[in-house]
Design a protein around this ligand. Structure first.
Ligand SMILES: *Cc1c(COP(=O)(O)O)cnc(C)c1O
Length: 370
C-alpha cells in the first residue's frame, strides 16, 4: 500500500531520543531549550515555546491574548476542526468565513468585509488565518485589516512549518504563530507543537499557560493563574531537533513531487475531471490535495484507489458543514465543495516520481476506466 504520508525518522533521531530516556531528564531539559532556540532562529522570530500539540498552541495563543467569553474570532471554513475548537474552548465564538478555491485558504477580502460590517453582540477580537496544507495566506491584507479594526492575528501554521513568503516564514507575520508536530505534518515529535512570537510579554504569558499557570518570582516558581499542563517532553524535543536541519531539503523534495503530480495530472485537468492548487514557491507542500469534479463520488474514488493499493483521503473539513460551532453569519460555498470533493494524494519525502506516476495512472483508471 502506498501510504498517504509517512514520518521521516532517522536512526540518529532515534538514538537521540534513547539518550534522553537514559539521562532521566524526561520533561523539560537541554533538548527542549535548544529546540526552542533553534526553531526561533529558523523562523527568524524572538521566541518559541514548545507545547504538547498544535491544538494546545492555538489554545495558549488565544488565552495569552485574553480572548474569552463575549469575544469573537474570525476563522476559515476549510480547516482541521481544532482551529474552531481552540476558539470555542476559550468561550469565544468562531466566525466562519469562506476560503479561496485556488489555494484553499481564508479569503482576505471576506475577512475585511466581516470586520467592516461587524455589529456584535460579541467583541470582534482576532483573525485566525490558517496556512492550509502549507500555502501562505496573504498576510499583508490580513494584517492591514487587523490594524484597521484593532484585531489580533493568530496564525494557525499547524501544517506550514517552513512555508514562507517575501523572506518571512509562515507563523511570524501575526501576533502569535502556532505549529503542530503531529505525524501528518512534515516535522514530527509524535504529538507536539509550538508557538512563535516576537513579543516578550506574550512569550512569558504563554510559558506560564503551558505550565500550570506558574511564573518565576523572587522566591522561586509561584502559581499566578489557573491553567493546564501543555508541556512537550525533552525526548520529543530531541526527536524534533534532529529533523529541523533536514526540513528545507524535505520541502524541496515535496515541491518536486507536487510539480510531478501537476504535470502528470494535466490530461485530467484539461478534461476538467480534477483541479489542482496554486503552488507558490513558498508553499511547504505538507498535503497535496486535488479537487474532483462534482460528477465523481469521492467515497468510491477513495475505495477504488485503495483497491489499487494507493491510500488517499479527504483533505480537510468544512466547519459549517460539520455544524458544531453555531450558524455562519455569511453564505459560504467554496469550503463545502473542497470538503466534499477534495482528495489528498500521497505526499512524503521518501516517495518517488515513479510513485506519483502510479497514483496518477490509478486515478485515471478509477475516474475514466483508462
Ligand atoms: C494538524 C492541525 C491542527 C492540530 O494539530 P494537533 O497537533 O493535531 O493538535 C490544527 N490546525 C490545523 C490547520 C492542522 O492541520
Amino acid at each position: 500500500m502506498l501510504k498517504l504520508s509517512r514520518p521521516n525518522i532517522s536512526e540518529d533521531a532515534i538514538s537521540a531520543v534513547a539518550d534522553v530516556l537514559r539521562s532521566g531528564q524526561l520533561v523539560h531539559g537541554n533538548e527542549s531549550d535548544l529546540f526552542e532556540q533553534e526553531l526561533a532562529k529558523y523562523l527568524g522570530c524572538n521566541e518559541v515555546i514548545l507545547v504538547s500539540s498544535g491544538t494546545a498552541a492555538l489554545h495558549v495563543a488565544l488565552q495569552a491574548l485574553d480572548i474569552g467569553a463575549g469575544d469573537a474570532v474570525i476563522i476559515p471554513d476549510f480547516t482541521f476542526p481544532a482551529t474552531a475548537n481552540a476558539v470555542a474552548l476559550t468561550g469565544a465564538r468562531p466566525i466562519i468565513v469562506d476560503v479561496l478555491a485556488e489555494n484553499y485558504t481564508i479569503d482576505p477580502d471576506l475577512v475585511e468585509k466581516v470586520a467592516a460590517e461587524w455589529q456584535g453582540p460579541e467583541r470582534l477580537r482576532a483573525i485566525m488565518p490558517v496556512h492550509e496544507f502549507g500555502f501562505v495566506v496573504d498576510m499583508e491584507k490580513i494584517n492591514r485589516t487587523a490594524t484597521k479594526y484593532g484585531l489580533c492575528v493568530v496564525e494557525d501554521a499547524a501544517c506550514a512549518l517552513g512555508a514562507h513568503h517575501n523572506g518571512g516564514k509562515a507563523g511570524t507575520f501575526g501576533d502569535v504563530g502556532c505549529f503542530s508536530f503531529h505525524p501528518r505534518k512534515t516535522l514530527t515529535t509524535g504529538e507536539g507543537g509550538a508557538v512563535a512570537t516576537n513579543s516578550t510579554a506574550l512569550a512569558a504569558r504563554m510559558r506560564q499557560l503551558r505550565n500550570h499557570g506558574m511564573a518565576p518570582g523572587a522566591t522561586g516558581m509561584r502559581f499566578v493563574e489557573p491553567a493546564t499542563n501543555y508541556r512537550l517532553t525533552n525526548f520529543q524535543a530531541a526527536l524534533g531537533r534532529r529533523q529541523l536541519p533536514e526540513l528545507d531539503s524535505w520541502i524541496a523534495l515535496r515541491h518536486q513531487l507536487a510539480r510531478a503530480y501537476v504535470e502528470r495530472l494535466s490530461p485530467l485537468i484539461d478534461k476538467d475531471d480534477v483541479s489542482v492548487p496554486e503552488l507558490s514557491s513558498g508553499h511547504s507542500c505538507q498535503t497535496f490535495m486535488i479537487v474532483l469534479n462534482q460528477k465523481f463520488d469521492r467515497a468510491s474514488v477513495i475505495a477504488e484507489m485503495r483497491h489499487g493499493s494507493v491510500e488517499t483521503n479527504l483533505g480537510a473539513q468544512s466547519l459549517v458543514t460539520l455544524g458544531l460551532w453555531g450558524q455562519p453569519d455569511y453564505r459560504l460555498e467554496v469550503g463545502q465543495v473542497l470538503y466534499a470533493q477534495g482528495l489528498a494524494l500521497p505526499m512524503f519525502e521518501r516517495m518517488t516520481v515513479s510513485d506519483v506516476e502510479t497514483v496518477v495512472s490509478r486515478l485515471s483508471f478509477v475516474l475514466n476506466g483508462e
